[in-house]
Design a protein around this ligand. Structure first.
Ligand code: ATR
Length: 283
């Protein structure tokens, strides 16, 4: 993609993570900037956990305007931000930092990104009984979005039960029920589950979810995977072949990114057009 030359006036943004080399965010933000004609660059910063605090002090000192924060730094960014939006405070994780007048502002656009991606499908996803798989960092914003959208019950299944229990305890305001990720515990619940969200890293390397008997879900069930590379995970492919509605992780990536871009620049990027570009890159 051709971009205008960097000048002394070009604004610098980026993403801080470990690993970060696989991230689609630099391509996505370059496409956003090109589409709206913004003079900015978006740089991948590979920052190890031990160096995060030093990086966070150095970025605004260098005049960087804002960064996205990804694995494993979102909770640390939450702890170190000087001001938090109510959503970032409630979720307990920050994915967007904005450096304004010497202050470090912490936002979370993941929950809104997830909700907007589901809204885009036109499916009636709110107020259902949900099953969330995985209780790592990525689950926090999903639980928040589901709780805020009025999910009647949220079953939280994780390989390590203690992590699901700890996460449920962190959100006492939502009806979260932790359980182990195994067939015996999942099977009796499935007939009432209207929305399944995989937040675990299962699916990144071609693994499926053998303990999840999709045939037991209601026919109106929606299956969502926040893994976006590959776009169609084995879970989504299996659900598609059974005629269930599926939502891939690309929409959430785009909407959380667009929300960060809007916070930083005040401009709304064209999500649908950039989605097409990302699909071509991932194909
Ligand atoms: P992230 O911040 O991306 O969520 P994480 O905190 O390491 O990353 O969490 C990864 C999640 O995927 C966890 O819920 C993890 O389960 P454990 O808590 O038992 O470790 C889950 N996960 C990873 N690999 C998995 C696998 N092969 N089967 C089931 N769950 C898996």
């Amino acid at each position: 993609m051709a971009r205008s030359p960097i000048t002394g006036k070009t604004a610098v943004y980026g993403i801080v993570g470990d690993p970060v080399a696989h991230s689609l965010s630099p391509l996505m933000h370059a496409a956003f900037a090109e589409a709206v004609g913004a003079d900015l660059v978006y740089v991948p910063f590979h920052v190890r956990e031990a160096h995060f605090a030093a990086a966070l002090a150095g970025l605004p000192a260098l005049g960087v305007c804002g960064v996205n924060v990804t694995v494993p730094h979102k909770e640390r960014a939450h702890a170190l931000a000087q001001e938090l939006t109510p959503e970032a405070a409630g979720i307990g994780a920050v994915n967007t930092l904005h450096f304004v007048d010497g202050r470090v502002l912490g936002h979370n656009t993941d929950a809104a990104g997830f909700s907007l991606a589901l809204d885009d499908t036109g499916l009636d996803w709110r107020g259902r009984t949900a099953l969330v798989i995985g209780a790592g960092g990525a689950a926090r914003a999903i639980l928040w979005a589901l709780g805020a959208s009025g999910a009647t019950a949220i079953h939280l299944a994780n390989r390590t039960l203690a992590r699901a229990e700890a996460l449920a305890a962190a959100f006492p305001q939502f009806p979260i029920h932790p359980l182990p990720l195994d067939r015996d515990h999942l099977t009796p619940l499935l007939h009432e589950v209207g929305l399944v969200v995989n937040t675990s890293s299962r699916g990144l390397h071609g693994e499926g979810h053998p303990e999840l008997e999709l045939a037991r879900l209601p026919k109106t069930g929606i299956i969502c995977d926040i893994v976006y590379n590959p776009i169609s995970t084995p879970l989504l492919a299996a659900a598609n072949s059974m005629g269930l509605r599926t939502v891939d992780g690309l929409g959430m990536l785009l909407h959380q990114g667009a929300a960060s871009f809007r916070l930083w620049t005040g401009q709304q990027p064209p999500v649908a057009a950039v989605k097409e570009k990302l699909e071509q890159w991932l194909a």
